[in-house]
Each structure stands twice: as structure tokens, then as C-alpha cells.
Write a protein that binds this ligand. Structure first.
Ligand SMILES: Nc1ncnc2c1ncn2[C@@H]1O[C@H](COP(=O)(O)OP(=O)(O)OP(=O)(O)O)[C@@H](O)[C@H]1O
Length: 583
């Protein structure tokens, strides 16, 4: 996995992955009852909050009128009303938020499970890295799904509350403020509900300006997520490869690389700052005007004695709510921008993971179907007309037709770079580039052991049993496998947790992989230079173990050492094909 800067093989555009297709599945899933139940409860609470706000607005007129007329008699009652409304508001605010967080997390959890399954299904994660189809899938699964669930929810729920608030308060404002009569060239012109028009005009003009100023933030925010993830990934690679880097004394180069990754964050950040500054300027200006604007607009009718001070206050607060509601579209601009960036990244990811003909669509090497791997009801593995190619279509090597039967021992030889490991990938179904077919026995257990085996972080037993679960084998079986592979010093450390790639020497890691083989007992064992770090004596010992303990297994070894020929009865020479050499 590399923090690549761009996808090397652009996928054809696929309009089918819409934002809706990202949202819908959860709401029709097995969790739909809980999801809809929570959603409805939250909506009801939101509507009750709007109702309380309407009541508070009416209350404000009574309250300020009581103050102006020094109405001591009504004052305690008004305070009681306020306390009851405020109490209701607090309860609704607390539980509304609580339920919203609960629903947001449940949605995220459902999405994460689903995306993880899809990412790990059919080696999609491997294809994405091999062909560099999408950058930082880890970020998409961890950050993007989280912000997608929470932002979609808050944008939708807030939109609903805002619309209901807007309708309620427009009605109040329309009836309270009445019509304004202005004289245009001596002609009296009446504007009914003029405060509503003023609020709408005010918010729409503001929206347009802010849209214009804030628009460049869309691509900049998209880029920000990407450069942050690249930087983090660069540092993780540094940490993971600390020893190799230290041996090479590569600190200066690493520093330069890290700085150059960070420089991309910095360059992007200047852009974020530049446009955020402009946006904040406009938003603050807009916010300040909002304080005085309704009073100025309502003043002519107040001075004309059209309404009391209490009503002026009620109008001012209703105006504030109406223009706030209009402004919601403006204020949520930032969230919308981020939401769109998140949706775009998830759409791209989903498209890459789902594309049914992904292999064909990305490479000229598979334009005619690529290598066909079939699982057949036979006990031998056969190849026919197999040609390996690179992802860009360049031919690599031609493999003679072979039939690998149970119990046979094959040695795959050839110069470096001729395509031996690529042949192993093709046999494992990980390399579609090329031509021809492979028929593999459907029920056979296959095991591929590369030169460097993956070791999960965890107990030694888990590393040994991988890819099976740690409790698949008894401690005694594990100990025995370790002892016969010359790892007796680890036999009593099965429950010890560690980063085993760092603790074990390369030779020990290869012996651990051999112990894995003895536990798993595959029917077909593919060893790709899996004993290259061992001395001849240890290597021979492991091969004797495989032969004795897995007599019926077919073993296919890729190796450079001639000494290994003694353990094999068939050879397969892999050479770069003439077209490859010519290319
Ligand atoms: N993902 C990839 N993208 C492009 N080229 C690749 C990719 N993987 C392998 N190759 C190329 O395919 C060729 C064959 O590689 P392969 O690892 O199969 O060689 P090999 O015979 O196993 O070599 P060695 O003996 O050195 O291990 C190499 O030139 C390599 O650069």
C-alpha cells in the first residue's frame, strides 16, 4: 500500500453510484425498525422544540408588555410559564441530541461492517492496492463513514426543523408586522407582510454572496482529507520500517519525504485559510447586521404607534428566527461542502469495490477476459495456454501446460524478474493479467507461503495459527509444530503478545511459516522462496518434514538454490517470453 497521489488506472465513470444509493441501504436493512423508530422519535422531539420556540415568542410579547406597563400582577405567572417552557426545552434538547448520536453511531456501525466486508471480499483490498484504484481506503472506512452518517442525519433533520420553523415564524411575522405603506413619487404603495420579505431578501442576498465566496472550499476540503491521510500513512510506514531505515541511515531522505508530504498539507492549508478568511468576513458582517436590521425595518411602524414595545420585541425575535432559518442554508454550507466531499470519496470507493468487471475495465491486459481461473471437480491442477502479462498489457512470460497432481513436487525456476512470483499470484487468483486458463481442484485446500509471511500483531499462537483463529489448534499441537521447525525456544511463549515481524528474525519467521504449514496440512502447498533466509541444513530439514508429514500434498516451490532440486521430481522453467524481451 502506498500513499499514492493518483489512481494509475482511471475507472470509467459510473453514474449508478449516487448519493442516494449510499444512504438507502441502511433504511431498508434488517435494522430498519430501530432506525425508523429512532428517527421518528427525534423528529417528534424536534417538532416539539419548534412548538416551544413559537410559545416563547408569544411569551416575549406578554413579558415585555408587562415590563413596559409595570404589570406586577402578571409578572410571576409569566416567569412560571417561562420556567415550564424552558424545562421542556432542556429535556428535549438533551434527549434529542442523545438519540441523534445513538442513531448516527448505529448507522456508522452498520456501514462500517458492510464496507469492511466488501473491502475484504474477493480480495478487493488487494486489487485496489495492486492497481492503485483508490487512495487511502482506510480513511474512507474510518473517517468518511463516520462523518457521512452523522452529517447526513444532521443535515436532513435540521432541514426539516428549519422548514417547520420557517413556516411557523413567517406566519407570526406576517400577521404581527402587518403592511408597510411607502410613498413612491407621491403614490402610496402598500407592502403586506413586509418584514417577511425583508427577512427573505436579507437571507437570499446573504446566501448568494456566501455561496460565491465559499464555493472554492469544496475541492480544497476534498484535497485536505487526502493530504492529511497521505502524511499520516507516510509516518506509519516510517514507524513500521524503522529498523530498515535506521540500517540504511535513511533518516535524511525520510525527513525530506515527510516534509514534502507535510508541505502539501501546508499548501492546501493556506488555501483553506484564504477562503475561510473571506467566508468568515462575509459571515461576521452578515451576523452583525442581523442584530440591528429587524429593529430598523420595524421602527417606522413602531414609531407610528402600530404596535406595542412587547410586539416590537416579538417581531424582532421572530425576524431573527426567520432570517436564521433562511440562513441555515448558508450556515450549513460548510457541512454541505464536507458532506459532498465525503460522498464523492465514498462513491469512488464503492464504485471501485463493486465494479463487477473491475479487472477488465482497468487493464488492456485483461481486455479479452484475462486469465480464467476455474474451480473444477478434479484432483489435479492444470494450466492451459497460460500467458502472464503486466497490468499495462505488456507480455511477461508464457507458461508451458502443466498438470500438478497430488503428491507431486514441482520446482519452478527462472531468472529474476521472469514472472515466477507472478505465476504464484495467478494460481492464487490474484493476477488476472494475461491469457489462458487455470483449472484448480474445487475442494482442495491451497496454501501460498511467500518469502516474507504476514504476522498479525497479537499472541504467538495467533501468528502461528493464521489465517485460522488462534483456538483452532491445541497448545500441544502448536508446541510440537514449533519444536520440529527448530523454534523450541518459543514453544512456551504461545500466549505472549507481540509484534512478531519485529521480534523474530527473517529465518525464524520462515520457520514459523513452515510450522503454520504443518498445522494447516494443505493439499496444495506453494512456497515462493519461503526458505530463502535459512541455512541449507534447516532448509533441507523443513523440506523433509513437508515430504514426511504431507505425503499426499502437491508442493510447488519457487527457488533459486540448486540444492532444492533433490526434493522435487518435476521442474517448470519460467522465462521471459520473446515478446516481453522485445518489448
Ligand atoms: N503490480 C505490478 N505492477 C507492475 N509490474 C509488476 C507488478 N508486480 C510485478 N511486476 C513485474 O513483473 C515482473 C515479474 O515479477 P515477479 O515478481 O513475478 O518476478 P520473479 O520471477 O518472481 O523474480 P524474483 O526471482 O526476483 O523474485 C517484474 O518485472 C516486476 O517488476
Amino acid at each position: 500500500m502506498t500513499p499514492n497521489t493518483s489512481a494509475s488506472h482511471a475507472l470509467p465513470p459510473d453514474e449508478k453510484v449516487s448519493a442516494w444509493s449510499l444512504i438507502k441501504p441502511y433504511w431498508v436493512s434488517e435494522e430498519r425498525n430501530t432506525a425508523w423508530g429512532l428517527l421518528i422519535a427525534i423528529i417528534v422531539m424536534n417538532l416539539l422544540v419548534v412548538w416551544i420556540n413559537v410559545r416563547l415568542n408569544r411569551w416575549s410579547a406578554d413579558f415585555y408588555n408587562a415590563l413596559q406597563t409595570k404589570n406586577v400582577h402578571d409578572f410571576p405567572h409569566l416567569l412560571m410559564v417561562f420556567s415550564a417552557l424552558a424545562f421542556g426545552f432542556i429535556i428535549l434538547a438533551v434527549y434529542g441530541r442523545y438519540l441523534r448520536q445513538m442513531l448516527g453511531f448505529r448507522w456508522r456501525q452498520w456501514l462500517t461492517t458492510r464496507y469492511l466486508n466488501e473491502w475484504l471480499k474477493d480480495s478487493a483490498f488487494y486489487r485496489i492496492e495492486r492497481d492503485r484504484l483508490a487512495d487511502n481506503p482506510d480513511q474512507r472506512i474510518s473517517d468518511d463513514l463516520q462523518s457521512f452518517a452523522t452529517s447526513t442525519l444532521s443535515l436532513t433533520l435540521d432541514l426539516l426543523s428549519t422548514v417547520v420553523t420557517l413556516v411557523s415564524f413567517i406566519t407570526i411575522l406576517w400577521s404581527l408586522a402587518g403592511a408597510l405603506t411607502i410613498s413612491l413619487g407621491g403614490m402610496p404603495i402598500e407592502i403586506p407582510g413586509y418584514m417577511v420579505w425583508a427577512a427573505a431578501l436579507y437571507a437570499v442576498v446573504g446566501s448568494l454572496i456566501i455561496q460565491k465566496v465559499g464555493h472554492p472550499l469544496v475541492p480544497i476540503n476534498y484535497q485536505a482529507q487526502k493530504v492529511e491521510a497521505d502524511f499520516r500513512f507516510g509516518l506509519i510506514r516510517l514507524r513500521e520500517n524503522a529498523e530498515q531505515i535506521a540500517f540504511y541511515n535513511g533518516m535524511e531522505t525520510e525527513k525530506k519525504n515527510a516534509h514534502s508530504l507535510f508541505a502539501r498539507i501546508r499548501d492546501n492549508w493556506w488555501q483553506v485559510m484564504k477562503y475561510t478568511k473571506r467566508l468568515t468576513f462575509v459571515l461576521s458582517f452578515y451576523g452583525q447586521i442581523a442584530i440591528i436590521f429587524p429593529l430598523v425595518v420595524a421602527a417606522p411602524r413602531y414609531f407610528a404607534g402600530a404596535f406595542t414595545f412587547g410586539v416590537l420585541m416579538q417581531i424582532s425575535s421572530a425576524f431573527g428566527t426567520v432570517s436564521d432559518s433562511f440562513s441555515w442554508f448558508i450556515n450549513s454550507y460548510g457541512t454541505l461542502v464536507e458532506w459532498r466531499a465525503t460522498v464523492n470519496r465514498l462513491r469512488e470507493f464503492k464504485r471501485v469495490v463493486h465494479a463487477p468487471h473491475l479487472k477488465e475495465s482497468v487493464s488492456p491486459a485483461t481486455a479479452h477476459g484475462g486469465i480464467n481461473l476455474h474451480f473444477v471437480d478434479e484432483d489435479k491442477l492444470t494450466t492451459e495456454g497460460l500467458k502472464l502479462a503486466l497490468p499495462n498489457g505488456n507480455p511477461l512470460s508464457r507458461i508451458r501446460d502443466v498438470a500438478i497432481r497430488p503428491g507431486s513436487r514441482w520446482l519452478v525456476r527462472g531468472p529474476s524478474g521472469s514472472g515466477k512470483s507472478t505465476l504464484m499470484r495467478a494460481l492464487a487468483g490474484l493476477w488476472p493479467f494475461g491469457d489462458g486458463s487455470i483449472d484448480a481442484p474445487v475442494n482442495a485446500r491451497m496454501m501460498f507461503i511467500p518469502q516474507v509471511s504476514y504476522m498479525p500483531i497479537g499472541t504467538l499462537k495467533a501468528a502461528l495459527a493464521y489465517p485460522s483463529a488462534a483456538d483452532t489448534y491445541t497448545d500441544d499441537e502448536c508446541r510440537e509444530a514449533l519444536v520440529v521447525c527448530h523454534l523450541s525456544e518459543y514453544a512456551d511463549r504461545l500466549q505472549e503478545s507481540g509484534h512478531w515481524t519485529r521480534i523474530l528474525s527473517p529465518g525464524e519467521q520462515q520457520r514459523l511459516a513452515a510450522a503454520r504449514v504443518l498445522l494447516h496440512k494443505p493439499d496444495y502447498l506453494f512456497l515462493d522462496e519461503a526458505t530463502s533466509a535459512l541455512d541449507a541444513e534447516n532448509e533441507a530439514r523443513l523440506y523433509r518434514l513437508f515430504t514426511e508429514r504431507l505425503p499426499k500434498a502437491a508442493i510447488v516451490s519457487v527457488a533459486h538454490r540448486e540444492s532444492l532440486a533433490a526434493f522435487h521430481d518435476e521442474t517448470l522453467d519460467v522465462e521471459r517470453s520473446d515478446e516481453a524481451v522485445a518489448a
